[in-house]
Design a protein around this ligand. Sequence first.
Ligand code: AMP
Ligand code: MG
Length: 327
Amino acid sequence: MRITVNPHAFTDMQLENAAAILQGGGICAFPTETVYGLGANAFDEKAVKKIFEAKGRPQDNPLIVHVSDRSQLDDICTVTPLAEMLMDRFWGGPLTLILPKKEAVPYSVTAGLETVAVRLPSHPVANALIRLSGLPIAAPSANLSGKPSPTRAAHVIADLEGRADCIIDGGDCLWGVESTVLDLTVSPPAVLRPGAVTKEELSEVIGEVIYGTGVGAPKSPGMKYTHYAPNAPVYIAEGEDALARIYSAAEKFQKPGVLYYQTERPKFSSSVFAGKNEKEYAVNLFFALREFDKMGVDVIFAMPPKEGGMGDAVRNRLFKSAGGKTI
Ligand code: AMP
Ligand code: MG
């Protein structure tokens, strides 16, 4: 089933069928302010399994449990004082917190971990759907495993039509990169995935925050798989003479694609402008990677933004999509 809603003007009635599908153990794709999610009742082990099957997602990659009201957390996790402070400041919004799990949450959601990831989105459609279902909704991004995350309904349709019981088209996502994931079960708290809520902003509220050990960190199994990968190999080109290096590396290829940032438009027809700043870059990143697939390029060269703030979120996704390859 496909449902189209205007995120600024919709009624509960438009989402009732989708909520009923979730209550009945089905899986439903829905818009959030970060990327589209593929959701199921977090307490229903069978429903959660369907998410892994639809995406082809490895079983040891945990999901995020989405709520529309903080009172839902009572059955899900232990809310610590630091968590309260962060929720007051950043919820609803693109911040996921890792907290000790409670028994009602099946291990299929947490990939066997004693911790659970929780988030309260700011997207009105996501929140209305969760509220109408009356359930906490476990959801990863609504893409085939390994592919770039979907920032538009068309991306979800391309990946999951016929695999999800319902797809809600609620327009383009605001941020374009997934939520910041912060582990509050370690001290100091560790960012496992940078996102729109920056490390700097987190520190302002709770003091010292560090980056987790990154790729392969055992606390975040999600980090060890190929991620955000378009069809063509991606190479990162960083620094002042990035464009010159791209021109020389591109000679070996038939149809190079370039994701360019803070430089002139490269001479190749398959060039995509990343945006005027890091925030725009984040919004455009996954869209651009999927556009390169459509253009049929045989290689992608990408110029990353500088480190810090939102730049860290974009760099994290880009380096993963490149599998760390640079020129
Ligand atoms: P995604 O699959 O893209 O929607 O993002 C969900 C991500 O949240 C996973 O890939 C993990 O990196 C992270 N995550 C979820 N639950 C946990 C957890 N209990 N511990 C660590 N990371 C988690
Ligand atoms: Mg994902």
